[in-house]
Design a protein. Structure first.
Length: 160
């Protein structure tokens, strides 16, 4: 990272950023061609410091075709910032907080695992805990990204 003054390595701070965000951009490669999709997600930090991001989708489609061929991904999660216009204007900027990482996709096949993932995802998106049933889990594809290689970055602007 070029701007070390903006880097965040503290897992707790990274978790705070991720919990505020609702969309994760997942980048993958299909036969040498990049492809990125924005997805709603849920997250869990494992005891070993790894980050688990949970997603659901239809059971078929381009994204799943690519991920089944190549499990390696890059992801980006960011929170909306505020633009601050300064004088001179070249000193203007935008505040932001983001997390970027690399990981492997794991498809969840067991309904109990899928239900748990959907519960985590729904809680992250809505703040509400809902227990999903087998029938609901069977109707969707559920996968997770496991990452041990992620970092945060933040810029706070002085509005004065």
């Amino acid at each position: 990272m070029r701007r070390k003054d903006r880097e965040i390595t503290d897992t707790k701070t990274i978790e705070e950023i991720i919990r505020k965000c609702k969309v994760c951009h997942v980048a993958m490669v299909d036969e040498g061609i990049p492809y990125v999709v924005p997805l709603n997600f849920g997250c869990h930090f494992a005891g070993d410091g790894s980050l688990e991001l949970y997603f659901h989708s239809a059971k078929e489609g381009k994204k799943l075709d690519i991920l089944r061929k190549n499990h390696s991904v890059c992801f980006e999660i960011s929170c909306e910032g505020e633009t601050v216009v300064s004088e001179p204007v070249c000193r203007s900027g935008c505040s932001y907080a983001s997390v970027i990482g690399y990981g492997e996709v794991i498809f969840l096949e067991e309904n109990a695992d899928k239900c748990n993932a959907l519960t985590i995802l729904f809680a992250h998106q809505t703040g509400k805990k809902v227990c999903f049933e087998k029938k609901q889990a069977e109707s969707v594809c559920v996968f997770k990204i496991v990452s041990r290689n992620y970092t945060g970055k933040r810029r706070l602007l002085d509005i004065n």
